[in-house]
Design a protein around this ligand. Structure first.
Ligand SMILES: [Zn+2]
Length: 311
């Protein structure tokens, strides 16, 4: 049987929020079968649990933000996507995330630090079948037209793969690549995707700071570009790091559905908002998906049965 997974032991991280610049502590804890991923605001007098699911996403303007049932009036956690991406990359089903502020720490701007933390805690198999959402009918969402067109879609596929294209008119991106594909059957999430950092223009960081956002952002946790080049002195981690980060984000955005997908995702200039619209469109059509388990691991798509090797 292909089993659910949680952590073997708890692990902690301390960092700052990208937007708030606030110090925040995370404690990642093992969780029972069928818990899913639950954020717990332990800084509040009465701690509030926020289970992650497609309906809990309440804001996608700068990052993916969740609150209980997506109610914007209730306590929130924002910038969950890199941690969610790491959980998807390691196939973690059940996890409690204690957090002491409203924003997940940005750490190095990628998901590599989260992968390292989760793998250091160890991964434990649980005695219950891992449930997948198998896409059985294409689902597509579009926004805008001409130069503002964006789209994202899911197609049936025995496995999980993603293809992402950006159209970022910048000399540093033109040289490196606007399109990337990643298939989970390679087993190489950590090597090929996890290290890709978020990116932004130096001038946008200034505008954000003036609005009280991006206060924790800088070259330690983002690729910063001006109109001509990458400003980080150590350059890029991957030649196509920009578009790889968009795949990293999409993996995290889609994992808020609470179960791993069996699907081929493809997208053009999508982002947190459109990825969430895509998930809601999938869930709104019960004939577009089914929940599946694998009694026989040999029948599971390649890459889904293997635990990621220790860091
Ligand atoms: Zn990101």
């Amino acid at each position: 049987m292909l089993q659910q997974r949680t952590l073997k032991s708890l692990t902690r991280a301390v960092g700052v929020g990208l937007h708030s610049g606030q110090r925040v502590e995370l404690t990642l804890r093992p969780a029972p079968i069928d818990t899913g991923i639950v954020f717990r605001r332990v800084d509040l007098a009465n701690p509030v649990d926020i289970p992650v699911n497609a309906q809990s996403v309440c804001d996608t303007r700068m990052a993916s933000t969740i609150s209980p049932n997506g109610d914007p009036g209730l306590p929130k956690v924002n910038t969950i996507e890199h941690l969610m991406s790491a959980c998807a990359g390691l196939g973690l089903d059940n996890l409690i995330v204690d957090i002491t502020a409203e924003e997940v720490p940005i750490l190095d701007g990628s998901s590599a630090s989260f992968v390292y933390l989760l793998q250091s805690a160890g991964i434990e198999l649980q005695k219950a079948p891992k449930r997948f959402i198998k896409v059985i009918k294409p689902v597509e969402v579009r926004e805008g037209e001409g130069r503002t067109l964006k789209w994202a879609r899911l197609d049936p596929y025995h496995g999980y793969k993603l293809a992402f294209e950006i159209d970022f008119d910048h000399p540093a991106v033109d040289q490196t690549g606007q399109r990337v594909e990643f298939d989970f059957s390679s087993g190489q999430y950590k090597r090929d995707i996890a290290r890709a950092r978020t990116f932004g223009f130096a001038k946008d960081f200034e505008v954000m700071r003036a609005r009280g956002l991006g206060l924790g952002g800088g070259m330690d946790n983002a690729i910063v570009v001006d109109d001509h080049r990458v400003l980080n002195s150590d350059g890029l981690r991957y030649d196509d790091e920009f578009v790889k980060h968009k795949i990293l984000d999409a993996i995290g955005d889609l994992y808020v559905v609470g179960r791993p997908l069996l699907a081929a995702y493809s997208a053009y200039k999508s982002g947190h908002a459109l990825n969430n619209v895509l998930l809601r469109a999938l869930l709104a059509d019960p004939s577009a998906y089914e929940i599946v388990t694998f009694d026989d691991e040999a029948k599971a798509p390649k890459g889904m049965a293997e635990l990621a090797p220790a860091w």
